[in-house]
Write a protein that binds this ligand. Structure first.
Ligand code: HEC
Length: 155
């Protein structure tokens, strides 16, 4: 076997071992940061069902934003205001500090975010309530981002 072949083979064996990892962490996503145990993607975009970056290149979709407003008023306003902190931080300008994908993963998976994400752990010092998951669908989470974007002129 060539040297290249051997290197390739050991890489494959390592990959296979990684895939059999039974410690419960996502085996296909080795941590990039040993301190946090998170991948670079997770650090920037959060931990949850959205594993690809959502970009906001299109103009605001008014229909989607209206659906997002409904979902926000029903499920989020008990704790969040747009421009003042309340039980949780003000979220009118959240897209200035977090990526859309981070916001969506926070909506879908807040307890794991509280357990594992350093940004959320930092927020918990100021807002000592673990945000609950509110039975939001992925489509609604995306629509809430559209609403936050529309209210913040974040286009
Ligand atoms: C019971 C109160 C509560 C409800 C309901 C709630 N949140 Fe939160 N949210 C919080 C708290 C508290 C935090 C700060 C992090 C923490 O302590 O868990 C937070 C954090 C966030 C963040 C991160 C803010 C930042 O600056 O990074 C976003 C985004 C967010 N919430 C959006 C929502 C949306 C959208 C909904 C509705 C689907 C919602 N939240 C429902 C309490 C709540």
């Amino acid at each position: 076997m060539t040297r290249f072949g051997k290197v390739l083979l050991s890489a494959l064996v390592l990959l296979a071992l990684g895939a059999c990892d039974t410690n419960g962490e996502r085996p296909d996503a080795p941590a990039d940061d040993p301190d946090t145990g998170l991948t670079a993607f997770e650090e920037e975009h959060g931990i949850g069902p959205f594993t690809e970056e959502v970009t906001l290149d299109e103009p605001v979709d008014e229909e989607m934003a209206a659906m997002g407003q409904d979902a926000f008023e029903m499920n989020c306003e008990a704790c969040h205001m747009l421009d003042e902190s309340f039980v949780g931080p003000a979220v009118g300008d959240v897209l200035d500090r977090r990526s859309p994908t981070f916001v969506m993963n926070m909506i879908m998976n807040p307890s794991e975010m509280a357990d594992r994400h350093p940004v959320v752990q930092e927020m918990l010092r100021e807002y000592p309530v673990v945000m609950p998951y509110q039975n939001i669908t992925e489509e609604q989470a995306r629509a809430i981002v559209e609403y936050l974007r529309a209210t913040n002129d974040h286009q």
